[in-house]
Design a protein around this ligand. Structure first.
Ligand SMILES: Nc1ncnc2c1ncn2[C@@H]1O[C@H](COP(=O)(O)OP(=O)(O)OP(=O)(O)O)[C@@H](O)[C@H]1O
Ligand SMILES: [Mg+2]
Length: 275
């Protein structure tokens, strides 16, 4: 591959989903759920989600996204497409009018966000994802709020994953660079020892080099066996490391396929990847 990403991505097939479906699905009106493959094997799924904020208009329309064991699944799409809304719906921050959320075979549609954390969901929201006035280490401790066991080993793992955080552990997180703050946010979510990790734009506002580093760390987390569902505005680079990709448009599934197939699709390239 000419873009330098040829050796990237989750190549460890021992932990990657073995289904290997290569078919790109271009969704028509109202078929998002019907055309979405193999939800039975999904570890985490938002299925046929329809709903919006409060009494406002629906933002999501029959939207389905899922991640399977060993996978990195990536949601891309234009600004305002409903990517963050889909993540919030899966995390329980939105009342769905229709559809369901399942985690490890269990219907969790009615659970609060905190109950979902207890069930194993780790979520890094797009905004306000750290406590700026608290130190790096205090942020990590806050992340472990549901735990009663010894959190030191997990903290050490996070410092091994993001060595700069060990160095800056006594510093207020607000003083860190954008990329370092994103590491704090991901680290905070990992402190609960989640069974699945949801990241909303983990590389927002960072340089291309820092983006590459963050993606490498995300791949590293994925290789520990944690499935990852991620929204990314760096669509091309994210799809390079994605086992599965979703293009959302106006709250609907527009295209679904492997990262590779989406990158190769002429229409997806033209409309969403800048040619
Ligand atoms: N808290 C909210 N209350 C009401 N409407 C909201 C709220 N948050 C988002 N919306 C609306 O929902 C729609 C989808 O927004 P969302 O943030 O999910 O898009 P997105 O795909 O994540 O966009 P971006 O790429 O800019 O992050 C937009 O029309 C937005 O105005
Ligand atoms: Mg968003």
């Amino acid at each position: 591959m000419s873009d330098g990403y040829g050796d990237r991505g989750n190549k460890d097939r021992s932990i990657t989903n073995p289904h290997g479906r290569g078919d790109l699905v271009a969704h028509g009106e109202g078929d998002a759920g019907a055309a979405t493959p193999a939800l039975e094997s999904a570890f985490l799924a938002g299925v046929n989600m329809t709903g919006g904020y409060g009494r406002g208009a629906d933002i999501l329309h029959d939207c389905t996204v899922s991640v399977e064991p060993g996978e990195i699944a990536v949601i891309v799409g234009p600004n305002g497409a409903g990517k963050s809304t889909a993540m919030k719906a899966i995390f329980g921050m939105l009342d769905l009018r229709e559809g369901r959320v399942t985690l490890d075979g269990e219907n969790i549609t009615g659970l609060s966000p905190q109950a979902r954390v207890s069930k194993g969901m780790g979520f890094v929201p797009q905004v306000r994802n750290i406590f700026a006035a608290l130190t790096v280490e205090e942020n990590l401790e806050m992340g472990a709020f549901i735990r009663r066991d010894d959190i030191r080993p997990t903290m050490e793992q996070i410092y091994d994953l993001f060595p700069i955080l060990r160095e800056k552990r006594r510093q207020p997180a607000g003083e860190l660079s954008g990329g370092q703050r994103q590491q704090v946010a991901v680290g905070r979510a990992l402190m609960t020892k989640p069974k699945v990790l949801m990241l909303d734009e983990p590389t927002a506002g960072v340089s291309p080099i820092v983006m590459d580093e963050l993606f490498d760390r995300i791949i590293e987390v994925s290789r520990t066996g944690i499935p990852i569902l991620m929204v990314e505005q760096n669509a091309r680079q994210a799809l390079e490391i994605a086992d599965k990709g979703y293009v959302l448009v106006q709250g609907r599934n527009a295209f679904t396929g492997t990262g590779r197939d989406l990158l190769a699709d002429a229409e997806v390239r033209k409309s969403f990847l800048g040619g």
